[in-house]
Design a protein around this ligand. Structure first.
Ligand code: PSU
Ligand code: MN
Length: 305
């Protein structure tokens, strides 16, 4: 059985040589940021990975295959298609059979990365348990993916639109290590502090790589969540974010937004309410995460399995 993978030439060459590679997702491009900031950010993130000595592999589906490493032309085209399918674990097989074009969430990107042999992935913030989940049952498939797919995901925690205490509880239940970098607190996406302690802390990317290897030696199937705080100069403190988040949540409720549309709606509304400040912070944090992921990938390449 061969998985439907199309690996770009630079990514395939790096993987064959055991050089560091960092996976990048595409839902952040199609559903996370507006055009043209989305494509500018995607290119900047790829350049950040390369500047740290790793090869970027942006992942999406085209032509009935998981594309690992997108050409510049495809990246440009995809960025102008906000209507493409947002694909998570549940959607991948049908989208591939349909020959659809789609962008991959954290969960789907982890699946593709694992199939391609990529061990590290950078994004902005993972999905998690939504506020009100006790009645809506809305919990991102990203959490279950972290429990079962052995990819280290570098993010600025879970997005602060979520119920962060419940998200942490679920991650603990699922056996996912949540490792803060450089501080004891769990970061909250746009903000450095969530008011919650992170369960684990590692400051050195080489030790994060060592923990990834140790999980394999233990035979543990899942990944790690590396919770990398936004740089201090780019952060928006949580008390400044709070009314914008509340405003966006109220609008989502009033407009009856549900399921896959919730996270894109909230991000876009918060960007508007903050007059672009939240989007600027989102760009800074994802670029910072790309650099950290590349450092982890470089360390992993020095200690192959
Ligand atoms: N990080 C960002 N912006 C995003 C996302 C992550 O900075 O838009 C995307 C990821 O693809 C993640 C998805 O998997 O948001 C979460 O969607 P949901 O809550 O529907 O699972
Ligand atoms: Mn959901």
């Amino acid at each position: 059985m061969t998985p439907p993978l199309q690996i770009s030439e630079p990514v395939a060459a790096a993987l064959a040589d055991g050089r560091p590679v960092v996976a990048l997702e595409s839902t952040i491009i199609t559903h996370g940021m507006p055009f043209p900031v989305n494509v500018e950010t995607a290119r900047a993130v790829e350049a950040d990975v390369a500047a740290e000595g790793a090869v970027p592999a942006t992942i999406a589906i085209f032509d009935g295959a998981l594309q690992v490493g997108l050409s510049g032309e495809r990246l440009d085209w995809l960025a102008g298609q906000p209507e493409v399918r947002k694909l998570s674990r549940a959607d991948l097989a049908v989208a591939l059979v349909d020959g659809a074009v789609g962008s991959t969430t954290v969960a789907a990107t982890m699946i593709a990365a694992k199939l391609a042999g990529i061990e590290v992935f950078a994004t902005g913030g993972i999905g998690g348990v939504h506020r009100g989940a006790e009645t809506s049952f809305d919990e991102s498939a990203d959490l279950g993916e972290l429990a079962q797919t052995a990819v280290t995901v570098v993010a600025s925690g879970a997005k602060a639109i979520l119920d962060l205490p419940k998200t942490l509880e679920r991650l603990e239940t699922l056996g996912v290590p949540v490792i803060a970098v450089g501080q004891d607190a769990l970061p909250a996406f746009w903000s450095r502090e969530s008011g919650l302690p992170a369960p684990l802390r590692i400051d050195d990317p080489a030790r994060i790589a060592a923990a990834h290897r140790m999980r394999a030696r233990l035979g543990l199937p899942g990944g790690q969540l590396v919770a990398n705080p936004i740089p201090a100069e780019a952060e928006i403190p949580a008390d400044v974010m709070a009314p914008w988040i509340a405003g966006a949540l109220a609008a989502a409720e009033a407009e009856g937004i549900a399921a896959k549309a919730v996270t894109p709606f909230l991000l876009s509304r918060i960007a508007d309410l903050s007059q672009g400040a939240a989007l600027t912070a989102n760009i800074a944090l994802v670029r910072n995460n790309a650099r950290m992921a590349a450092r982890i990938a470089v360390a992993l390449a020095k200690s192959p399995l």
